[in-house]
Ligand binder design. Structure first.
Ligand code: NAG
Ligand code: NAG
Ligand code: NAG
Length: 268
């Protein structure tokens, strides 16, 4: 009897294990930064002047069983817009670059296999809020580690941040702070060559020092760090956040940069 029941639980454990592994994505991407990474595309004021997402999911952003997201409770679930809903939950989240990024990679390189997105971005955050020891940094590392518990590989960090660092003082320190953040993260994830693809910010209304930030981002001197350019983006009615069309454009640029720089042509 004892033997039979232990055997039963042994089988049950096996079945559960298989289920968990079946849902484990192969290619994991960390998403961090501010609101444009979190996603505000499709947001607008309702008649009571409350910001609401319009709920429109264009074909580039649709769900797919091969695209998973690490939910706030650190379990893998099928991803759907808004990707950061349970992470950047104090704000109204809309369309961001994550889903179009993942869909583009699946379409262009299906042999890579399933994609796991780890949303971590929070609107309005300065880079010092992401430095080692801070709550956001700890959560990023914690979620990154949790994403690996049953396998897969972290393929890149996608970083869209810098708008909150466009004061005279912060813009001067941006280069040093960004380098320290990337180095610390690589060290703490035990991934010394972790690829980073960042978005070079462009001006909406951040004042005169944005070009300092942009220059740092677009000229980062490291073969495993690439940048794509947000210049040419269009905005929602607040004139501060990328609209859906431009979030898709940024997502596609991130995907193209990843495929051309970090995927070998003959690799699976
Ligand atoms: C974790 O969160 C997801 C998405 O919100 C939910 O579907 C799932 O049931 C949760 N799992 C646990 C164990 O709480
Ligand atoms: C969103 O990104 C655009 C393009 O880089 C930038 O001009 C804008 O300031 C950003 N908005 C916020 C709130 O960070
Ligand atoms: C909502 O309305 C407020 C007040 O008029 C405005 O400042 C804000 O930019 C609007 N937000 C959006 C997303 O349209």
């Amino acid at each position: 009897m004892m033997f039979l029941s232990s055997f039963f639980f042994f089988c049950l454990a096996l079945i559960t294990q298989v289920k968990v592994e079946g849902c484990q994505p192969k290619n994991i991407f960390l998403l961090a930064g501010q609101s444009n990474m979190s996603g505000r595309g499709g947001n607008r004021n309702d008649t009571n002047n409350i910001v609401q997402w319009d709920g429109i999911i264009p074909p580039e952003c649709t769900s797919n069983p091969k695209i998973l997201r690490l939910a706030a409770n650190k379990t893998w679930v099928e991803a759907h817009e808004p990707l950061h809903k349970d992470i950047d939950y104090l704000k109204t989240c809309g369309i961001g670059p994550g889903m179009p990024f993942a869909n583009a990679i699946l379409a262009k390189k299906p042999s890579l296999g399933s994609i796991g997105l780890v949303p971590c971005a929070i609107g309005g955050t300065r880079i010092i809020e992401w430095s080692r020891g801070t709550r956001l940094y700890r959560r990023l590392v914690d979620r990154a580690k949790a994403s690996l518990t049953c396998g897969g590989k972290i393929r890149a960090l996608l970083w869209y941040q810098g708008e909150s660092d466009t004061s005279l003082h912060d813009s001067k320190l941006y280069k040093v702070r960004l380098e320290k953040f990337i180095n610390d993260l690589r060290h703490d994830l035990n991934h010394p060559n972790l690829p980073v693809i960042m978005v070079g910010i462009c001006s909406a209304d951040q004042g005169p020092f944005i070009n300092r930030i942009r220059t740092v981002q677009l000229n980062y001197d490291d073969t495993n760090v690439k940048a794509v350019d947000a210049r040419g983006s269009t905005f929602i009615a607040d004139q501060k956040h990328l609209d859906t069309k431009s979030e898709i454009r940024v997502g596609h640029k991130l995907a193209a940069a990843f495929l051309s720089s970090f995927v070998h042509r003959h690799a699976h």
